[in-house]
Design a protein around this ligand. Structure first.
Ligand SMILES: [Fe+2]
Length: 156
């Protein structure tokens, strides 16, 4: 679980959430999001370090849809709901993300970034190609210092 705080105009590039369910909620401000689901998953995206042939066909779910607080939470699933997404903040904003299960490269759930190539003859689809972490991506982490979060084991 984490809260991503964006200055205006910042972008979190297109990335995936393999085998994960993610609940996202804009806490304040507004953000533009684009998302995709795989039609054909790139084999090497999750099974190899190779960048060769690490691309696949994806169907667009959201095309620069602006989410502005207050708004409902959105949920993405392993194969639907826009499992790959990018964010560009329209105003300073914060997004609460709850990931289940969390990223774990050793368990086959790495965080992978993609570049997108639209297909002019196939509206609503794109080829997504695995890429290195963008050089200009800066994510500064900070520990949670709020109230203790208690989990009722009987409800799990
Ligand atoms: Fe994400």
């Amino acid at each position: 679980m984490g809260v991503f705080c964006f200055p205006a105009g910042a972008t979190l590039p297109l990335h995936d959430h393999p085998h994960m369910v993610v609940l996202s909620k804009v806490l304040y401000g507004s953000v533009s999001t684009r998302s995709y689901d795989w039609v054909t998953t790139p084999v090497s995206a999750s099974h190899s370090k190779s960048m060769d042939d690490a691309d696949g066909l994806a169907r667009m779910v959201m095309d620069n849809q602006v989410l502005e607080a207050p708004c409902k939470a959105s949920v993405l699933f392993p194969r639907s709901g826009g499992n790959l997404h990018s964010f560009t903040s329209v105003t300073p904003c914060a997004i609460l993300d709850v990931l289940a299960p969390p990223y774990a490269e050793e368990l086959g759930r790495p965080s992978t970034y993609f570049s997108e190539m639209r297909i002019p003859s196939l509206s609503g689809f794109a080829i997504l190609e695995e890429r290195e972490v963008p050089d200009d991506l800066v994510v500064n982490g900070a520990p949670y210092l709020g109230p203790e979060i208690a989990i009722d084991a009987d409800l799990c």
